[in-house]
Ligand binder design. Sequence first.
Ligand code: ARG
Length: 275
Amino acid sequence: MKKLLTMALALVLVLSCVTVFASCTGGNGDEKGTTADTNAATDTTQDTDAPAEKKVLKMATNAYFKPYEYYEGEKIIGIDAEIAQAIADKLGMTLEIVDMEFDTIITAVNAGSVDFGMAGMTVTEDRLKEVDFTVSYAKGVQAIIVKEDSPITSDSDLFAEGATWKAGVQQGTTGDTYASDDLGEDRVTRYNNGNNAVLALLGGSVDCVIIDNEPAKALVAANEGLKILETPYADEDYAICVKKGNTELLEQINNAIVELIGDGTIDSIIAKYIK
Ligand code: ARG
């Protein structure tokens, strides 16, 4: 029951960033945060010939997705936050990260209240109808989390004819789409983040959680009695989305990503979070 997303965008710039171990320490969070600014670069000197104030580049994310974006105190850190910072640096802009529900990111991008969305977001055919995606900067895999003693031992158990297992997902994610397609809506419960889905699994209201592999590892590390099934569920490409038709920003970000891949920056950011 494996689906492969074959996205043309992935052709050129595919990073092999799905490595074996997660960088796991705690990392959960169950409430929506407020705007956080990871870039404290306010070092504008008082020189008379100082350059004009930097333009702000606003990124929408959902910061309950360790190791891609998560809170450390008030600050949003993680792979996406650092790559976005590196992109903003290249563009000579000040990065501002806005935390919101995952399923509102594309709306915010299209409304223009933010400049781009970056949230371990998978490139999908459906999303491509709504937004433009940059080249891919990372790979993702959908994974299935179950309780350690679960009778579900593989994805074929979960998807077996006549099975009634229930899945928890983060609302609006690809995990949500796959689970809804494969299990049927009535066997899927949507939560506002992966942590709440995992709490539901621990509490027995669902039998598994379908979520991206690295966040799955972080969640399993942070909560006792859980494991990830060995059968991965779907391969994906992560990319940044911009408002449809915003080719100027798209090109700027694409150029930055290509450079950051080329000089090893993105690899080293990923390696910092995924051991
Ligand atoms: N990769 C999945 C998707 O694009 C999940 C992303 C969830 N990201 C987040 N920051 N909560 O649908």
